[in-house]
Design a protein around this ligand. Structure first.
Ligand SMILES: Cc1cc2nc3c(=O)[nH]c(=O)nc-3n(C[C@H](O)[C@H](O)[C@H](O)COP(=O)(O)OP(=O)(O)OC[C@H]3O[C@@H](n4cnc5c(N)ncnc54)[C@H](O)[C@@H]3O)c2cc1C
Length: 479
């Protein structure tokens, strides 16, 4: 009998799941219902789109369109009828399922400030979550000379950098004492603020906003210290909240997100949840790598390809995608757990490094500014390998010797198990196997392994490995 799988949400998790299901054998009908009117797109590249470094066609994801998947865009689901095992759409259709997957993602938080009605935001006040939000920000920026960004987290800073790239004088207003306080310590926050200042972004710290007044010509943001800032637009970047509306109304267990087990199952065995809307082991993810890992595991479980597949969270590495700022933060970098601490600060060069080590392993790190050891540090953290005895090489970014403990930058010296693409969890070994099985260009290797299709930060590394393999082959042939 054909299994009917319905996926609610055509975002990064839902679209990837549809692709994973399509790639596996079996008789099933997959229906994807997406509220947004667009084909699936790469949400994490919206910051790069906002900065004008790519165009809209570059953010499209190809996997959900066609390929035998019944994809319906612009179709919001309004209810899940668990006893009848069907979902209802806004246009009144009822769609039956054998298995339902919630991939409803998260929504941008609109702070409860006087002057901001989440259901009716002024034209020049825009959150930053969707492609339509991005279009609205770009439209409001057109002709404006200045912009305000409320929220100095990762997304707020990417938005601010993008607006500054478009030539707007940009100010970030942040309520705590330093930027990105979830990933950075105060010293790193201070160096980052200095780097941003050099790129045309001013930062106002430790000052909560108290209200917004906006009309068609501009925005005024009132601050708790009595000042008011004026600009042509205000971008809201105040965090996200998992979209659990359907799950709650259907009576599923919801804490911060929809609660799932290691097989991504909710407390209804016919319903799963993945991506930003899901809460696994008391944790929300909010990142694409875990969402795609969950899609892979769920596809294995649902199709019986690997009924024993289980989702196991991996260590998270956060990178800022903003031209002129190199920042990577990972693990417990801010320091709650005891451990060896090493720091190096050079504010004049916009450089800061902090390593936290316990039992000879990295438990957290911050690398800000140009540090050639960043790839090595990420690999050491990701693989849990021992750090080299000479820590200065990591801290100062000096060239490393080829030691067993420290994978060097050359592809030849990288272990096969080293993860090259963090978003898709693709190792060097997988890239080499792909090349050996016939994919001879970067595009072919990317298409076959998906490496580089998330944030795109590993594209150069993938290119380096393909070049190295090609050169090695031509040497063999010449011999
Ligand atoms: C600007 C920006 C930059 C980012 N950068 C990074 C980054 O560098 N690295 C990283 O790892 N992560 C990044 N993220 C986070 C990443 O985009 C999310 O973790 C990822 O999109 C989660 O995928 P998802 O499918 O769970 O949610 P989403 O991609 O939000 O998709 C959910 C979809 O479900 C739809 N939906 C909701 N309710 C319904 C309904 N009732 N009926 C039908 N459809 C519904 C929504 O409309 C949406 O299209 C970024 C996010 C943004 C906004």
């Amino acid at each position: 009998m054909t299994t009917r799988i319905v996926i609610i949400g055509n975002g990064m998790a839902g679209a990837r799941l549809a692709g994973e299901l399509h790639a596996r054998e079996g008789d099933r009908k997959v229906t994807v219902l997406g509220a947004e009117p667009h084909r699936a797109y790469n949400r994490i590249m919206l910051s790069t789109l906002l900065a004008g470094r790519i165009g809209e066609p570059d953010v499209e994801l190809t996997e959900a369109a066609g390929h035998g998947i019944d994809l319906r865009t612009g179709v919001p689901v309004t209810a899940v009828d668990r006893p009848a095992r069907e979902v209802r759409t806004a246009d009144g259709e009822r769609i039956p399922y054998d298995h339902l997957v919630l991939a409803t993602g998260a929504r941008a938080v609109v702070p409860p400030l006087p002057g901001l009605d989440p259901a009716d935001l002024p034209r020049r006040v825009v959150p930053f979550r969707t492609l339509d939000d991005c279009r609205r920000i770009i439209a409001a920026a057109d002709g404006a000379r200045s912009a305000l960004v409320l929220g100095g987290g990762l997304l707020g800073l990417e938005a601010a950098r993008g607006l500054a790239t478009r030539g707007l004088t940009t100010t970030v207003v942040h309520h705590t004492e330093h930027l990105m306080e979830r990933q950075l310590d105060p010293a790193a926050g201070a160096v980052l603020a200095g780097t941003l200042a050099g790129l045309g972004v001013t930062v106002q710290l430790a000052v909560p906003a108290t209200g917004v007044v906006a009309d068609d010509t501009g925005v005024r943001l009132d601050l708790a210290d009595g000042r008011s800032l004026r600009a042509g637009l205000l971008v809201l970047s105040c965090g996200v909240r998992p979209d659990t509306v359907l799950a709650r109304a259907a009576g599923l267990t919801v804490r911060r997100g929809v609660v799932v087990d290691d097989r991504l199952r909710t407390d209804d065995r016919n319903i799963s949840a993945i991506g930003d809307c899901a809460e696994h082991d008391d944790a929300l993810t909010g990142l694409v790598a875990p969402a795609w890992a969950q899609a892979r595991v769920l596809a294995d479980v649902l199709t019986g390809t690997d009924p024993l597949a289980r989702y196991r969270p991996r260590p998270v590495v956060t990178r800022l995608k903003a031209a002129g700022i190199d920042l990577a933060a990972m693990g417990d970098a801010v320091g709650g757990e005891p451990g060896e601490e090493l720091t190096f600060t050079d504010p004049a060069r916009g450089t800061y490094a902090r390593l936290r080590i316990r039992d000879e392993r990295l438990i957290g790190a911050i690398l800000l500014g140009d540090n050639p050891a960043v790839g090595t540090v990420i690999q050491l953290f990701d693989r849990g390998h021992p750090v080299p005895a000479d820590r200065r090489a990591l801290l100062l970014g000096r060239a490393l010797g080829a030691t067993a403990a420290a994978p060097a930058a050359s592809p030849a010296l990288m272990p096969d198990a080293a993860t090259v693409c963090q978003c898709n969890a693709v190792t060097k070994g997988a890239l080499v196997r792909c090349w050996r099985s016939g994919a001879r260009t970067v595009d072919a290797v990317v298409a076959a392994t998906r490496a580089g299709t998330g944030c795109g930060g590993c594209r150069d590394a993938v290119g380096g490995i393909v070049d190295w393999l090609s050169e090695a082959e031509s040497v063999e042939v010449t011999r």
